[in-house]
Design a protein around this ligand. Structure first.
Ligand code: SF4
Length: 102
């Protein structure tokens, strides 16, 4: 009985380590422009391709990497976004929820 409990604890610890490593090694997937939420927000991985007729609020220079919701570093090629949990947006991307970083 003691042995099986000990084995369980060891296996659980090993499993937890594997999960932690997987999370670090695997890069988060990029948000696809075709993702329903991304499409609804007019997200483009390249801000210069934003439909300016549809999104008149877009102004040149607005990019994910200078948006308040961007979780990566300024100038980063990609980073998290508060609107897309578990995925990354392009640093040069844009969506209609853009809010200039203070
Ligand atoms: S909210 Fe900001 S960081 Fe997120 S996709 Fe839109 S512009 Fe990019």
């Amino acid at each position: 009985m003691k042995n099986s409990r000990r084995q369980f604890m060891i296996l659980s610890a090993a499993g937890a380590c594997t999960l932690a490593l997987n999370g670090k090694v695997q890069a988060q997937a990029m948000v696809a422009e075709t993702d329903p939420q991304a499409a609804a927000l007019g997200y483009k991985a390249n801000a210069t391709t934003v439909d300016k007729a549809k999104y008149a609020k877009y102004a040149a220079g607005q990019e994910c990497d200078n948006c308040a919701l961007f979780q990566g570093k300024a100038g980063a090629a990609a980073g998290g976004c508060a609107l897309f949990a578990g995925k990354q947006v392009a640093g040069k991307g844009w969506c209609s929820a853009y809010a200039k970083k203070a």
